[in-house]
Write a protein that binds this ligand. Sequence first.
Ligand SMILES: [Mg+2]
Length: 135
Amino acid sequence: MFSINTKILIIDDMPSIRDLVRNQLKAMGFMEIYEAEDGEEGLNLIKVKYGEAQPIELVISDWNMPKMKGLELLKIVRADERFSKLPFILLTSEAEREQVTEAVLAGVSQYIVKPFSGKVFEDKLKTAYSKHFKS
Ligand SMILES: [Mg+2]
């Protein structure tokens, strides 16, 4: 599982969802949590933290956001060799479920359909971790 020092970036245009995810992460012991409110701001933060040698190590991003959607952000991140292996979880709504295949093809680590329980959230994090770091 991700260590509690993992630098995690939450990206969602809804403050209530960011709070929900942040609280779940905190309840699991995570301490280094960053937030952005759309894909553009998220991408910028990913680059800034990389430049500061404090790279983001897990992205949890909403799908539907203004400026840049989660799927577009995922594609940009995967196409950049600095971030091609960055664990990336998408939060989707039921309506976006049919588009998930595209996200899988684009290299999403896991996706979580909203609303979700703390248990589902934790399981998805574990699965995403083992997908990237299983020996
Ligand atoms: Mg949204």
